[in-house]
Ligand binder design. Structure first.
Ligand code: DAH
Length: 357
């Protein structure tokens, strides 16, 4: 029995793979294995012999089985070890520049603008791109007959015959996020809301999908002066110059009173845009003091709260800052274009680290 034991223990420890181990298992403790056959012989033994041999054979069988299991585990460990050596990866290596993705100028500019307003204490808010006409129009004091609805070239979602729920639209501006944010959070509130907006329009300066950023600040004594300061700070930081003069041009939006168009002082020298100097004005967006009805529609008491809102076009700001000529190319998904105008994925825009490098 000792010979049998030594033989199998040796064979098992020499087995080079799982298949060899399985063959050994069959040979030793399988149905017709050497040890199993010996166990069958127990029947022919005398009672005394059986009392000695029975437990010994059982112990031998157990020992062989555990040797098999142990060897199997150590083979698996070795295989894993081998595989890990082959698949070893140095995660501290720098990315290969040829394969690195690029940040789209729209994303870059959205992050830049968010970083600037975050510094002033604005949080980033979001809303759905498919919204109903209450949020996109009515709540913003744009009733059904209002010309602004027609002007916006709205995309309406399909409605089944007899469906009398409020129609859904692709939002035509980011202003509905004002309503949703005030509904959720109440006042005081300070948010910006960057995002996609949609209008049925297509030419060199219009695409059916484009990007806006909405700003909203509501508190007890917020004024037009606070608004102007915020926009001046924003323009100087965004265009990375010391100072930019902001001009308010009287305008009309249903959701603000008074309303103004935002212009930044600039000059065009040899086709190059310079901010903060010159006699030209750059149109950047709209703004005003939030209309009392808009506050009311959002569950904010206009007797107690007031504040400003503004809307800027992200795509245009990106084109101007980075000298990108054709808006439509932004959305062509042409990799050559992206490699030319894109930004490194490893540089996050921050005010202290520099917005664009
Ligand atoms: N929602 C306007 C548009 O898309 C832009 C705008 C104007 C937003 C004035 C505002 C605002 O928040 O106060 O044409």
């Amino acid at each position: 029995m000792d010979d049998l034991r030594d033989k199998y223990i040796q064979l098992i420890s020499d087995a080079g793979d799982e298949a060899a181990l399985e063959a050994l298992r069959v040979q030793a403790v399988g149905k017709k294995g050497e040890i199993s056959l010996k166990m069958r012989e127990l029947g022919k033994m005398t009672a005394e012999e059986r009392q000695v041999m029975g437990p010994k054979l059982n112990a031998l069988k157990d020992e062989i089985n555990s040797a098999l299991a142990a060897r199997k585990a150590s083979l698996a460990d070795a295989a894993l070890e081998e595989r890990l050596k082959g698949e070893w990866l140095d995660v501290t290596l720098p990315a290969r520049p040829r394969r690195a993705g690029m940040i789209h100028p729209i994303s870059q500019v959205r992050e830049e603008i968010s970083a600037i307003f975050a510094e002033m204490g604005f949080a980033v808010a979001e809303g759905p791109q498919i919204d109903n006409d209450w949020y996109n129009f009515d709540a913003l004091n744009i009733p059904g007959h209002h010309p602004a609805r027609a002007e916006m070239d709205t995309f309406y979602m399909h409605r089944d015959e007899g469906d009398d729920r409020p129609p859904h639209v692709l939002r035509t501006h980011t202003s509905p996020v004002q309503i949703r944010s005030m509904e959720k959070q109440g006042a005081p509130i300070r948010i910006i809301a960057p995002g996609r907006v949609y209008r049925a329009d297509y030419d060199q300066t219009h695409t059916p999908m484009f990007h806006q950023i909405e700003g909203l600040a509501i508190d007890r004594d917020i004024s037009m002066a606070n608004l102007k300061w915020c926009l001046e700070e924003f323009a100087a930081a965004f265009f990375e110059v010391d100072e930019v003069e902001v001009r308010f041009r009287a305008s009309h939006f249903p959701f603000t009173e008074p309303s103004a168009e935002i212009d930044f002082r600039c000059s065009w020298v040899g086709g190059q845009l310079r901010l903060g100097e010159g006699d030209d004005w750059l149109e950047a967006g709209g703004c005003g003091m939030v209309h009392p009805k808009v506050l009311q529609n959002s569950g904010v008491d206009p007797e107690e709260w007031q504040g400003f809102a503004f809307g800027l076009g992200i795509d245009r700001l990106a084109m101007l800052k980075y000298g990108i000529p054709d808006l439509r190319a932004f959305f062509d998904s042409d990799l050559r274009w992206l490699r030319h105008y894109g930004f490194s994925a490893l540089e996050q825009p921050t005010l202290h680290g520099g917005l664009s490098r």
